[in-house]
Design a protein around this ligand. Structure first.
Ligand SMILES: Cc1cc2nc3c(=O)[nH]c(=O)nc-3n(C[C@H](O)[C@H](O)[C@H](O)COP(=O)(O)OP(=O)(O)OC[C@H]3O[C@@H](n4cnc5c(N)ncnc54)[C@H](O)[C@@H]3O)c2cc1C
Length: 364
C-alpha cells in the first residue's frame, strides 16, 4: 500500500492512528471531512486562547462565520481498485431491535420532511419527550449521509423553530472544537472538580438496565437499548442521574452510550457527558436534573414513560412517575423495582462531595 487518504477527526485516537500509519512508512493524506458547518479551531476568542470554553460567545461568532456553500454531487468518482478482503461484520454484539433506517436515501428524505414540516415547531416542542418532535438526524450527521451545510441551508432562519434548531447544530461544532483543542478530554475531566466517584456495580447495573425505580430514567435507558438512540432531554436526565444522583463516574455512563448510540460521536458524547457531570463547559457545574421535576415538566401525562415501560401502562397518571405512591396491593402487583436511591440523600451526598451548601437540585 502506497498511500492512505483519511477524513480528519478531532479525537486523540484519530491523531494516534495517523501517527501509527506514518510510522509504517505509508504516505498519509488527511482531508477536511467537512462534517462541521464551521471547522474546529477556525474561530478563536477575541480575548485570547486557542478555543472557546463557553458556548454563548462561541455561538455569536459562529453565526456570522463564513460557511462554505453546498457543492453539487460529482457525476463520477474515481476510486482505487480494492484488493484483499474487506472487513465483513463491523458491529459486534446485538443490534437494537428498533434501529432507524440508515443510508443516504433515508437521510435525505428525513431532512426534506424535517425542513418542510418539522423544524418550525422545534422551539416549542424539542423538549416534549412524548412528542418525539426533534429531527432524529444525528446518525446521518455523524455518518455523513446528510451534509450539515445543506441542512442549514434547507432549514434557513425564517422561523423561531429554525433559529433554535440552528443553535443546536452550533453546539455540535462547539463540542468538536473543545475536543480538537483538548483531545484528552475524551477520557479526562476538562475541568476537574476533584470528584471521588462511587464505584457501585449494583447501582450502575440498575441504571444501565433501566431498573432504577425512577420511571423517567428507566424509560430513557430502555429507549436507548431498543432504538440505539435517546431523546436529548432523556439523555440529560439519565446522565445527570448517573453522575449526580448516583454519584458514579461519567466515564462509565459515556462508555455505555458509546456501546449503544447509533449517533455516537466522541466529541458530542464525551463533552455532553462532561457538561452534565459538571466537569466540562457548563457554567453551572453543580446543577442537578431532579428526575421527578423533569418528568412532571417534560412528560406530564406519562406518555413517554408508558411507551418504554409497558409494565406501567395501566398506572394512573397521578402515580406513573412515582409508582411508590400507589396503594401497597397495586404496587406489589407491578413488576417494577423500588427506587435504588432516595433523592434527598443523594442530593446531600452530592452537595457534600462537591463542597456546596445547597442541597436541592435545580433544573435546566
Ligand atoms: C449525555 C449526552 C450524550 C450525548 N451524546 C451524543 C452523541 O454521541 N452524538 C450526538 O450527535 N449527540 C449527542 N448528544 C446531543 C443530543 O442529545 C443529540 O445530538 C440529539 O438528541 C440527537 O437527536 P436529534 O438529531 O433529533 O436532535 P435535534 O434536536 O433535532 O438537533 C439537531 C442536531 O443538532 C445537534 N445537537 C443537538 N443537541 C446537541 C447537543 N447538546 N450537543 C451537540 N450537538 C447537538 C445534533 O447533531 C442533532 O442531530 C448527547 C447529549 C447528552 C446530554
Amino acid at each position: 500500500m502506497d498511500e492512505i487518504h483519511l477524513a480528519a477527526d478531532v479525537s486523540n485516537h484519530a491523531h494516534r492512528r495517523e501517527e501509527a500509519l506514518r510510522e509504517l512508512g505509508v504516505a498519509v493524506h488527511v482531508h477536511d471531512a467537512s462534517i462541521n458547518a464551521v471547522p474546529p479551531l477556525s474561530l478563536t476568542p477575541s480575548g485570547g486562547g486557542d478555543h472557546f470554553a463557553v458556548f454563548t460567545p462561541y455561538f455569536r461568532k459562529w453565526e456570522t462565520a463564513h460557511r462554505r456553500g453546498v457543492l453539487r454531487a460529482p457525476r463520477r468518482l474515481a476510486v482505487p481498485r480494492l484488493s484483499g478482503d474487506l472487513p465483513g461484520e463491523l458491529h459486534r454484539g446485538a443490534t437494537s431491535p428498533d434501529l432507524a433506517a440508515g443510508g443516504e436515501t433515508a437521510g435525505r428524505n428525513l431532512m426534506a420532511n424535517w425542513a418542510r414540516t418539522g423544524v418550525d415547531g422545534y422551539a416549542d416542542l424539542h423538549d416534549a419527550l412524548a412528542d418525539d418532535a426533534t429531527s432524529r438526524l444525528s446518525p446521518h450527521l455523524h455518518f455523513g449521509t446528510v451534509s450539515v451545510t445543506e441542512l442549514l441551508d434547507r432549514v434557513g432562519t425564517a422561523s423561531e423553530g429554525a433559529r433554535a434548531y440552528t443553535r443546536q447544530l452550533a453546539w455540535r461544532d462547539f463540542h468538536h472544537q473543545v475536543l480538537a483543542a483538548r483531545p484528552r478530554s475524551a477520557t479526562q475531566d476538562y475541568r476537574t472538580r476533584h470528584d471521588r466517584w462511587r464505584r457501585s456495580d449494583r447501582d450502575f447495573e440498575a441504571w444501565r438496565d433501566g431498573r432504577t425505580g425512577y420511571p423517567i430514567v428507566d424509560a430513557g435507558m430502555r429507549q436507548l437499548a431498543q432504538e440505539g438512540w435517546m431523546h436529548n432531554r432523556a439523555r440529560l436526565i439519565t446522565a445527570s442521574f448517573l453522575c449526580k444522583t448516583l454519584y458514579l463516574d461519567w466515564r462509565r455512563g459515556a462508555r455505555h452510550f458509546v456501546d449503544l448510540l447509533v449517533d455516537c460521536d466522541l466529541a458530542n458524547n464525551q463533552m455532553n457527558w462532561q457538561w452534565v457531570a459538571g466537569t466540562g463547559t457548563d457554567t453551572r457545574p453543580n446543577r442537578v436534573h431532579n428526575p421527578l421535576a423533569q418528568a412532571k415538566r417534560y412528560d406530564s401525562e406519562g406518555t413517554y414513560v408508558k411507551r418504554y415501560l409497558p409494565e406501567l401502562s395501566d398506572v394512573d397518571v397521578r402515580h406513573v412517575h412515582e409508582p411508590w405512591t400507589l396503594p401497597d396491593d397495586e404496587r406489589a402487583a407491578l413488576d417494577y423495582p423500588s427506587p435504588v436511591v432516595d433523592l434527598r440523600e443523594a442530593a446531600d451526598r452530592f452537595a457534600a462531595a462537591r463542597g456546596i451548601g445547597k442541597k436541592n437540585g435545580t433544573r435546566r
